[in-house]
Design a binder for this molecule. Sequence first.
Ligand SMILES: Nc1ncnc2c1ncn2[C@@H]1O[C@H](COP(=O)(O)OP(=O)(O)O)[C@@H](O)[C@H]1O
Ligand SMILES: [Mg+2]
Length: 325
Amino acid sequence: MEAIAILKTLNLTKKYSGFSTKGYYAVDNISFEINRGEVFGFLGRNGAGKTTTIKMICGLLIPTSGKAYINNIETINPLSRKKLGYLPEQPYFYEYLTPRETIDFYCKLKGINSRERKQEWLRLSELLDLKVIGDIRLKNFSKGMRQKIGFAIALVGNPDFLILDEPMSGLDPVGRKHIRELIHQQKELGKTIFFSSHVLSDVEQLCDRVGILSKGKLIAIGHIQEILQQDIQQVEVIIKDLDISQTASLQQKGILIRKWANYVHFRFENILTANQAVAECLQKGATVIEVTPQKETLEDYFMRMQIVEDNQRKKDDIYYSRVEE
Ligand SMILES: Nc1ncnc2c1ncn2[C@@H]1O[C@H](COP(=O)(O)OP(=O)(O)O)[C@@H](O)[C@H]1O
Ligand SMILES: [Mg+2]
Protein backbone atom coordinates (compact mmCIF):
# COMPACT_ATOMS: atom_id res chain seq x y z
CA MET A 1 0.00 0.00 0.00
CA GLU A 2 1.24 3.49 -0.83
CA ALA A 3 2.23 5.38 2.26
CA ILE A 4 0.39 8.67 1.79
CA ALA A 5 -0.29 10.63 4.96
CA ILE A 6 -3.96 11.40 5.48
CA LEU A 7 -3.23 13.03 8.84
CA LYS A 8 -0.15 14.91 9.86
CA THR A 9 0.57 16.71 13.11
CA LEU A 10 3.58 19.00 13.52
CA ASN A 11 4.67 19.97 17.03
CA LEU A 12 1.02 20.04 18.05
CA THR A 13 0.69 21.56 21.52
CA LYS A 14 -2.12 22.57 23.86
CA LYS A 15 -1.39 24.42 27.04
CA TYR A 16 -4.08 25.01 29.64
CA SER A 17 -3.67 27.76 32.14
CA GLY A 18 -4.46 27.08 35.78
CA PHE A 19 -5.31 29.67 38.47
CA SER A 20 -2.55 28.75 40.88
CA THR A 21 0.03 27.33 38.51
CA LYS A 22 1.78 28.65 35.44
CA GLY A 23 -0.32 26.27 33.37
CA TYR A 24 0.48 22.87 32.01
CA TYR A 25 0.72 21.07 28.71
CA ALA A 26 -2.19 18.72 28.04
CA VAL A 27 -0.57 17.95 24.65
CA ASP A 28 3.13 18.59 24.39
CA ASN A 29 4.77 19.04 21.02
CA ILE A 30 3.58 15.92 19.23
CA SER A 31 4.37 15.12 15.62
CA PHE A 32 3.17 12.04 13.78
CA GLU A 33 1.53 10.88 10.57
CA ILE A 34 -1.21 8.42 9.72
CA ASN A 35 -1.20 6.80 6.32
CA ARG A 36 -4.18 6.15 4.11
CA GLY A 37 -5.80 2.77 4.79
CA GLU A 38 -4.27 2.38 8.24
CA VAL A 39 -5.97 1.54 11.51
CA PHE A 40 -4.07 3.60 14.02
CA GLY A 41 -4.55 3.21 17.78
CA PHE A 42 -3.92 6.16 20.04
CA LEU A 43 -3.15 4.77 23.47
CA GLY A 44 -2.75 6.41 26.81
CA ARG A 45 -4.02 6.38 30.34
CA ASN A 46 -6.84 8.69 31.44
CA GLY A 47 -5.69 12.30 31.24
CA ALA A 48 -2.82 11.54 28.84
CA GLY A 49 -4.12 14.09 26.32
CA LYS A 50 -5.88 11.85 23.76
CA THR A 51 -9.16 13.77 23.59
CA THR A 52 -7.36 17.13 23.50
CA THR A 53 -5.27 15.93 20.53
CA ILE A 54 -8.35 14.60 18.75
CA LYS A 55 -10.26 17.84 19.32
CA MET A 56 -7.41 19.84 17.79
CA ILE A 57 -7.37 17.49 14.80
CA CYS A 58 -11.13 17.86 14.38
CA GLY A 59 -10.92 21.65 14.57
CA LEU A 60 -12.83 21.83 17.87
CA LEU A 61 -9.87 23.26 19.80
CA ILE A 62 -7.27 25.72 18.57
CA PRO A 63 -3.71 24.53 19.23
CA THR A 64 -1.52 26.72 21.46
CA SER A 65 1.21 26.05 18.92
CA GLY A 66 1.97 23.58 16.18
CA LYS A 67 -0.28 22.42 13.40
CA ALA A 68 -2.37 19.49 12.20
CA TYR A 69 -3.28 18.69 8.62
CA ILE A 70 -5.87 16.38 7.11
CA ASN A 71 -5.18 15.67 3.46
CA ASN A 72 -2.66 18.51 3.55
CA ILE A 73 -5.30 21.04 4.63
CA GLU A 74 -4.67 22.67 8.00
CA THR A 75 -7.34 21.65 10.51
CA ILE A 76 -8.25 25.23 11.39
CA ASN A 77 -9.70 25.29 7.85
CA PRO A 78 -13.22 23.69 7.81
CA LEU A 79 -12.48 22.20 4.38
CA SER A 80 -10.13 19.74 6.12
CA ARG A 81 -13.23 18.08 7.62
CA LYS A 82 -15.02 17.48 4.35
CA LYS A 83 -14.26 13.75 4.32
CA LEU A 84 -13.97 13.23 8.05
CA GLY A 85 -16.26 11.20 10.29
CA TYR A 86 -16.00 11.82 14.04
CA LEU A 87 -17.31 9.92 17.03
CA PRO A 88 -16.85 12.03 20.18
CA GLU A 89 -15.94 10.51 23.53
CA GLN A 90 -19.35 11.47 24.91
CA PRO A 91 -21.72 11.76 21.98
CA TYR A 92 -24.90 13.77 22.49
CA PHE A 93 -28.15 12.41 21.14
CA TYR A 94 -31.60 13.88 20.62
CA GLU A 95 -33.48 11.41 22.79
CA TYR A 96 -36.85 11.85 21.08
CA LEU A 97 -35.55 11.14 17.61
CA THR A 98 -35.40 7.62 16.17
CA PRO A 99 -32.25 6.24 14.48
CA ARG A 100 -33.84 6.88 11.08
CA GLU A 101 -34.61 10.51 11.99
CA THR A 102 -31.16 10.95 13.56
CA ILE A 103 -29.38 9.83 10.40
CA ASP A 104 -31.70 12.02 8.35
CA PHE A 105 -30.86 14.99 10.59
CA TYR A 106 -27.09 14.53 10.20
CA CYS A 107 -27.50 14.02 6.46
CA LYS A 108 -29.32 17.37 6.30
CA LEU A 109 -26.47 19.00 8.22
CA LYS A 110 -24.12 17.72 5.55
CA GLY A 111 -26.34 19.13 2.80
CA ILE A 112 -27.38 15.75 1.41
CA ASN A 113 -30.57 15.90 -0.69
CA SER A 114 -33.79 14.08 0.14
CA ARG A 115 -33.39 11.14 -2.26
CA GLU A 116 -29.80 10.52 -1.19
CA ARG A 117 -30.82 10.82 2.47
CA LYS A 118 -33.13 7.83 2.01
CA GLN A 119 -30.30 5.95 0.31
CA GLU A 120 -27.97 6.83 3.15
CA TRP A 121 -30.39 5.42 5.73
CA LEU A 122 -30.67 2.21 3.71
CA ARG A 123 -26.89 1.93 3.43
CA LEU A 124 -26.18 2.64 7.09
CA SER A 125 -29.05 0.64 8.54
CA GLU A 126 -27.85 -2.33 6.51
CA LEU A 127 -24.20 -1.83 7.44
CA LEU A 128 -24.85 -1.44 11.16
CA ASP A 129 -27.88 -3.70 11.38
CA LEU A 130 -30.22 -0.90 12.52
CA LYS A 131 -33.29 -1.76 10.43
CA VAL A 132 -35.39 -3.36 13.17
CA ILE A 133 -34.82 -0.50 15.59
CA GLY A 134 -35.11 2.23 12.98
CA ASP A 135 -38.31 3.71 14.40
CA ILE A 136 -37.71 3.42 18.15
CA ARG A 137 -36.78 6.59 20.03
CA LEU A 138 -33.18 6.78 21.17
CA LYS A 139 -34.15 7.34 24.81
CA ASN A 140 -34.98 3.62 24.99
CA PHE A 141 -31.55 2.41 23.91
CA SER A 142 -28.73 0.77 25.83
CA LYS A 143 -25.20 2.19 25.89
CA GLY A 144 -24.08 -0.35 23.28
CA MET A 145 -26.88 0.58 20.93
CA ARG A 146 -26.22 4.30 21.39
CA GLN A 147 -22.58 3.80 20.54
CA LYS A 148 -23.66 2.07 17.35
CA ILE A 149 -25.83 5.07 16.48
CA GLY A 150 -22.85 7.32 17.23
CA PHE A 151 -20.82 5.20 14.84
CA ALA A 152 -23.55 5.46 12.20
CA ILE A 153 -23.53 9.27 12.57
CA ALA A 154 -19.75 9.26 12.01
CA LEU A 155 -20.32 7.31 8.79
CA VAL A 156 -22.91 9.72 7.35
CA GLY A 157 -21.78 10.85 3.90
CA ASN A 158 -19.36 7.92 3.63
CA PRO A 159 -16.18 9.71 4.83
CA ASP A 160 -12.85 8.13 4.06
CA PHE A 161 -11.24 9.06 7.37
CA LEU A 162 -12.76 8.17 10.75
CA ILE A 163 -11.69 9.56 14.10
CA LEU A 164 -13.19 7.71 17.02
CA ASP A 165 -12.57 8.85 20.59
CA GLU A 166 -12.69 5.83 22.93
CA PRO A 167 -15.27 3.99 20.81
CA MET A 168 -15.25 0.91 23.07
CA SER A 169 -15.23 2.66 26.40
CA GLY A 170 -17.97 1.64 28.83
CA LEU A 171 -19.28 -1.18 26.64
CA ASP A 172 -19.75 -4.80 27.69
CA PRO A 173 -17.77 -7.53 25.87
CA VAL A 174 -20.48 -8.01 23.25
CA GLY A 175 -20.71 -4.27 22.60
CA ARG A 176 -16.90 -4.03 22.33
CA LYS A 177 -16.89 -6.87 19.85
CA HIS A 178 -19.55 -5.13 17.72
CA ILE A 179 -17.50 -1.95 17.59
CA ARG A 180 -14.31 -3.89 16.82
CA GLU A 181 -16.11 -5.60 13.96
CA LEU A 182 -17.36 -2.26 12.64
CA ILE A 183 -13.85 -0.81 12.68
CA HIS A 184 -12.54 -3.90 10.92
CA GLN A 185 -15.31 -3.69 8.34
CA GLN A 186 -14.49 -0.04 7.63
CA LYS A 187 -10.84 -0.92 7.17
CA GLU A 188 -11.85 -3.61 4.67
CA LEU A 189 -13.81 -0.93 2.82
CA GLY A 190 -10.56 1.01 2.46
CA LYS A 191 -11.17 3.61 5.16
CA THR A 192 -8.51 5.08 7.43
CA ILE A 193 -9.31 4.86 11.12
CA PHE A 194 -7.74 6.73 14.00
CA PHE A 195 -9.12 5.73 17.37
CA SER A 196 -8.12 6.33 20.95
CA SER A 197 -8.34 3.82 23.73
CA HIS A 198 -7.00 2.95 27.12
CA VAL A 199 -7.95 -0.70 26.63
CA LEU A 200 -4.91 -2.51 25.39
CA SER A 201 -6.45 -5.69 24.09
CA ASP A 202 -8.78 -3.82 21.70
CA VAL A 203 -5.80 -2.05 20.21
CA GLU A 204 -3.67 -5.18 19.99
CA GLN A 205 -6.34 -6.92 17.97
CA LEU A 206 -7.13 -4.12 15.54
CA CYS A 207 -4.28 -1.78 14.82
CA ASP A 208 -1.61 -1.66 12.16
CA ARG A 209 0.29 0.90 14.22
CA VAL A 210 -0.10 2.56 17.58
CA GLY A 211 1.03 5.78 19.19
CA ILE A 212 1.45 5.89 22.93
CA LEU A 213 0.75 9.12 24.74
CA SER A 214 1.90 9.79 28.28
CA LYS A 215 1.33 13.12 30.02
CA GLY A 216 0.86 14.88 26.70
CA LYS A 217 4.00 13.43 25.12
CA LEU A 218 4.15 10.84 22.37
CA ILE A 219 6.51 8.31 23.96
CA ALA A 220 6.34 5.60 21.30
CA ILE A 221 4.97 5.11 17.82
CA GLY A 222 5.12 2.18 15.43
CA HIS A 223 3.94 -1.33 14.81
CA ILE A 224 2.95 -2.97 18.06
CA GLN A 225 5.60 -5.61 17.47
CA GLU A 226 8.27 -2.90 17.18
CA ILE A 227 7.26 -1.20 20.40
CA LEU A 228 7.12 -4.32 22.49
CA GLN A 229 10.31 -6.01 23.59
CA GLN A 230 10.73 -8.61 20.93
CA ASP A 231 13.04 -10.99 22.74
CA ILE A 232 11.22 -14.16 23.44
CA GLN A 233 11.47 -14.36 27.16
CA GLN A 234 10.46 -17.96 27.79
CA VAL A 235 8.80 -20.81 25.91
CA GLU A 236 5.97 -22.91 27.28
CA VAL A 237 5.62 -26.41 25.86
CA ILE A 238 2.85 -28.96 26.39
CA ILE A 239 3.64 -32.58 25.54
CA LYS A 240 1.51 -35.70 25.51
CA ASP A 241 2.57 -39.29 26.25
CA LEU A 242 6.05 -38.56 27.53
CA ASP A 243 7.45 -41.45 29.56
CA ILE A 244 8.72 -41.01 33.09
CA SER A 245 12.45 -41.26 32.30
CA GLN A 246 12.07 -38.71 29.51
CA THR A 247 10.16 -36.37 31.81
CA ALA A 248 13.01 -36.60 34.29
CA SER A 249 15.51 -35.83 31.52
CA LEU A 250 13.54 -32.74 30.44
CA GLN A 251 13.57 -31.50 34.02
CA GLN A 252 17.31 -30.99 33.55
CA LYS A 253 16.55 -28.54 30.74
CA GLY A 254 13.48 -26.71 31.98
CA ILE A 255 10.89 -26.36 34.71
CA LEU A 256 7.97 -28.77 35.00
CA ILE A 257 4.98 -26.51 35.57
CA ARG A 258 2.09 -28.94 35.62
CA LYS A 259 1.28 -32.58 35.03
CA TRP A 260 -2.19 -33.97 34.35
CA ALA A 261 -3.50 -37.20 32.79
CA ASN A 262 -0.80 -38.04 30.22
CA TYR A 263 0.20 -34.42 29.60
CA VAL A 264 3.17 -32.45 30.90
CA HIS A 265 3.65 -28.70 30.75
CA PHE A 266 7.23 -27.39 30.72
CA ARG A 267 8.77 -23.94 30.69
CA PHE A 268 12.14 -23.38 29.00
CA GLU A 269 14.34 -20.35 29.44
CA ASN A 270 14.98 -19.74 25.75
CA ILE A 271 14.02 -20.86 22.26
CA LEU A 272 17.14 -22.98 21.76
CA THR A 273 16.53 -25.15 24.83
CA ALA A 274 12.86 -25.44 23.89
CA ASN A 275 13.85 -26.63 20.40
CA GLN A 276 16.21 -29.26 21.77
CA ALA A 277 13.55 -30.49 24.18
CA VAL A 278 10.87 -30.68 21.49
CA ALA A 279 13.24 -32.61 19.16
CA GLU A 280 14.02 -35.05 21.96
CA CYS A 281 10.33 -35.63 22.70
CA LEU A 282 9.45 -36.22 19.05
CA GLN A 283 12.30 -38.68 18.71
CA LYS A 284 10.93 -40.69 21.65
CA GLY A 285 7.48 -40.83 20.06
CA ALA A 286 5.74 -38.29 22.30
CA THR A 287 3.31 -35.73 20.80
CA VAL A 288 3.97 -32.00 21.06
CA ILE A 289 0.62 -30.32 21.67
CA GLU A 290 1.57 -26.68 22.14
CA VAL A 291 4.67 -24.48 21.88
CA THR A 292 4.04 -20.93 23.10
CA PRO A 293 6.76 -18.28 23.12
CA GLN A 294 6.18 -15.69 25.85
CA LYS A 295 6.58 -12.17 24.52
CA GLU A 296 5.89 -8.83 26.04
CA THR A 297 2.26 -7.69 25.76
CA LEU A 298 1.09 -4.07 25.66
CA GLU A 299 0.03 -4.56 29.26
CA ASP A 300 3.61 -5.48 30.21
CA TYR A 301 4.84 -2.46 28.23
CA PHE A 302 2.60 -0.09 30.18
CA MET A 303 3.76 -1.60 33.46
CA ARG A 304 7.39 -1.25 32.37
CA MET A 305 6.84 2.41 31.40
CA GLN A 306 5.07 3.03 34.70
CA ILE A 307 8.09 1.71 36.61
CA VAL A 308 10.42 3.94 34.56
CA GLU A 309 8.14 6.91 35.29
CA ASP A 310 7.93 6.14 39.03
CA ASN A 311 11.71 5.81 39.27
CA GLN A 312 12.16 9.11 37.47
CA ARG A 313 9.73 10.76 39.87
CA LYS A 314 11.64 9.34 42.86
CA LYS A 315 14.89 10.73 41.41
CA ASP A 316 13.21 14.13 40.84
CA ASP A 317 11.89 14.12 44.42
CA ILE A 318 15.37 13.45 45.78
CA TYR A 319 16.76 16.22 43.57
CA TYR A 320 14.12 18.76 44.57
CA SER A 321 14.37 17.96 48.26
CA ARG A 322 18.16 18.54 48.01
CA VAL A 323 17.60 21.89 46.31
CA GLU A 324 15.24 23.00 49.07
CA GLU A 325 17.70 22.13 51.85
N1 LIG B 1 -10.78 22.57 29.16
C1 LIG B 1 -9.77 22.16 29.93
N2 LIG B 1 -9.18 22.99 30.81
C2 LIG B 1 -8.14 22.61 31.58
N3 LIG B 1 -7.63 21.35 31.56
C3 LIG B 1 -8.18 20.47 30.71
C4 LIG B 1 -9.27 20.80 29.85
N4 LIG B 1 -9.60 19.70 29.12
C5 LIG B 1 -8.76 18.74 29.51
N5 LIG B 1 -7.92 19.17 30.46
C6 LIG B 1 -6.82 18.40 31.09
O1 LIG B 1 -5.91 18.03 30.08
C7 LIG B 1 -5.37 16.74 30.34
C8 LIG B 1 -5.63 15.83 29.15
O2 LIG B 1 -7.01 15.57 29.06
P1 LIG B 1 -7.67 14.68 27.91
O3 LIG B 1 -7.17 15.15 26.61
O4 LIG B 1 -9.14 14.69 28.13
O5 LIG B 1 -7.05 13.24 28.24
P2 LIG B 1 -7.51 11.77 27.77
O6 LIG B 1 -8.51 11.94 26.68
O7 LIG B 1 -6.24 11.11 27.33
O8 LIG B 1 -8.09 11.09 28.97
C9 LIG B 1 -6.02 16.25 31.61
O9 LIG B 1 -5.14 16.50 32.68
C10 LIG B 1 -7.28 17.10 31.70
O10 LIG B 1 -7.67 17.25 33.04
MG1 LIG C 1 -10.41 11.24 26.51
